[in-house]
Design a protein around this ligand. Structure first.
Ligand SMILES: C[S@@+](CC[C@H](N)C(=O)[O-])C[C@H]1O[C@@H](n2cnc3c(N)ncnc32)[C@H](O)[C@@H]1O
Length: 301
């Protein structure tokens, strides 16, 4: 399973660069879906993997991996994505249970929540990603005749540019509560783009809104270059995550939200592993050591 993916970050679609990471997460969700003790179900995920030439030899179930769960990429890292999917599914569903009807997926990639979760009536799911990724997603879902379970609005846009007017142009209502997700996104963006993203979410989110995002707290990402996860991802599927991550200084986005009155809580993924009794636990030289999942709520006026 060795391949060489184009590593430059400006490839538009899913064939290389950061777009290919959306397929990595899809493959992980496909594997998770078929596990006996699955944490999240995404029956669309394997179809993305099977449709993309860039991952022709990737597995879609753990039985196809010779060393199975012992494989750092398709075992431990894929399980991490499965856990993340479940935790953020629960976060979104909790928000809509309490009345929110607008869902914004930032860097949505091949997320199929609009198709697979049970949404109350009146919801709208906005999916922002780069045009090439959303076009690939459209093609695969159209071939499957997939029908979303709610209103769905794909929004092709590069989040490195100013996107403040983009959502309102397609029907997003800043006066009504919203729930936002930046899952596996922020560390690919330059620091100023992350700052702009948090500013924009704060501006567009009315009181009662919520945001979850994933951050990496490592001071020196390259310290983990030889970790089993980064090594396996590089050597088995040709994705050098450390090359794709932005290396500039990171803003303190949880702190920025707290300074504007949001309540925030920051968790390690391992806390959820213990809660669900499944998922990765800490290990030496761990590329997941600095990963944090942040949950933020904007108080109602
Ligand atoms: C690791 S994938 C995660 C996808 C999805 N959130 C999930 O968890 O399945 C990262 C996604 O961020 C998107 N992305 C990265 N940089 C972006 C940018 N500047 N503008 C829009 N999307 C971006 C990529 O295209 C890719 O789909």
């Amino acid at each position: 399973m060795t391949s060489t993916a184009p590593q430059h970050t400006d490839v538009e679609g899913v064939d290389g660069g950061v777009g290919l990471t959306s397929l990595l997460v899809a493959a992980a969700r496909a594997i998770e879906t078929r596990r006996d003790d699955s944490l999240a179900q995404d029956t669309y995920a394997e179809h993305f993997v099977l449709a993309a030439p860039a991952c022709a030899d990737w597995p879609v179930r753990i039985q196809q991996v010779p060393d199975g769960d012992g494989n750092p990429l398709w075992g431990r890292f894929a399980r991490y994505f499965g856990l993340r999917t479940r935790v953020l599914d629960d976060f979104l569903l909790q928000a809509v249970r309490t009345g929110t009807r607008q869902v914004v997926l930032l860097g949505a990639g091949l997320d199929t929540r609009a198709f697979r979760l049970d949404w109350p009536s009146g919801c709208a799911v906005f999916e922002i990603d780069r045009a090439g990724v959303l076009e690939f997603k459209r093609r695969v879902l159209t071939d499957l005749a997939a029908v979303p379970k709610t209103a769905r609005v794909p929004v092709p846009f590069d989040l490195r540019a100013d996107w403040s007017g983009t959502l309102t142009d397609v029907g997003f209502d800043p006066a009504a509560p919203s729930v936002w997700l930046a899952e596996g996104l922020l560390f690919y963006l330059p620091g100023p783009a992350e700052t702009n993203l948090i500013d924009t979410v704060d501006r567009l989110a009315s009181g009662g809104s919520a945001l979850a995002f994933e951050a990496k707290l490592e001071k020196d990402l390259l310290a983990y270059r030889d970790s089993p996860i980064y090594t396996a991802t590089r050597e088995q599927i040709g994705i050098d995550l450390l090359h794709l991550f932005d290396k500039g200084p990171r803003p303190d986005s949880a702190g920025a939200l707290a300074a504007r009155g949001w309540s925030t809580s920051t968790h390690t993924p391992f806390e959820f592993t213990r809660r669900y009794c499944r998922g990765p636990l800490p290990e030496p030289n761990d590329a997941l050591e600095g990963n944090r999942w942040v949950f933020a709520h904007k108080p109602r006026p």
